[in-house]
Write a protein that binds this ligand. Sequence first.
Ligand code: AHG
Ligand code: MN
Ligand code: MN
Length: 309
Amino acid sequence: MKIPARTRSSLNRHLFDDAQVPDALRHLLVDISRAAKYISYAIQTTEAGLAGAVNQFGEEQQKLDVLSDDIVREFLCENHLVSTYVSEEQKEVIELEANAPYSVVFDPLDGSSLIEANFAIGSIFGVYEGNTVLGRKPKEQVGALYVLYGPRTVLVYTTGKGVHMFILNDVGEFILLEENMGVADDAKNYSPGNLRALDENPGYRKAMDRWLTEHMTLRYSGCMVADIHHILSKGQGVFTNVGGSKYPEGKLRLPFECGPFAFLMEQAGGTATDGTQPIMEKTIQSVDQRTPLIIGSKNEVERIVAMMQ
Ligand code: AHG
Ligand code: MN
Ligand code: MN
């Protein structure tokens, strides 16, 4: 039988024909994308507000954080492919099925303090083979993706064969929008997180002064998914979140925030470092491990690292 010519490429088809990932990984990634559709729907329909609980870092959880975490959990349980997972909203590693092939890390809702402002927010996922992510390095990920809930909902994934973007269409399918997203070596845009650190981190102030002097373009929303997506979609830029007294290691977590983005950025031709070593080489020691992050266009990342030394 003749297979009909492609009119559009769904995420499933792309994973099957282009990325040619093992079936189990394809199922898992598609299930994660299904969870994201429910999160997207929840964002549009749930009344924003505080749930009254705090997460493991003592931060206030919003209803949608909790809800999104539950949604992802449900999908990860359903497919019997997940041995353990680490979520921003859970204090410990969660065990599902001892002999299942994959472990997943995720931030179910990133940028959740922006919900009331109706800014773009996102979800971040990383996938490892095996039954733990502790003791592992982000370079061992077999898949990473994020979903950005903005004016459009888009999903961007890598399985180590480039970075590809899909748009959620009206019938609830993720359809290919852009293949092989690339990031140039030089940056025109900058996205400086944790600016509280400027006073205690003279190298960071030097970097900031230079961005201002060189009239680079500021693009910072307060949601790393949106801010790093900006770099990937414009094909250049740099995003930072480095240490100061409030957050000595910066604000962002290695397992489910920096790790997945490091994989995506390297696949797009950019780079990600903590200032001394590549994020991809850092060992995950705990679920709440933070790390400084300088990510984006290679030359700009190098310049900032040099200034911070
Ligand atoms: P989360 O909503 O999951 O807690 O993460 C928000 C993060 C990240 O998306 C963003 O880059 C950073 O917090 C913003 O920090 P500042 O408020 O210090 O800019
Ligand atoms: Mn986050
Ligand atoms: Mn979050």
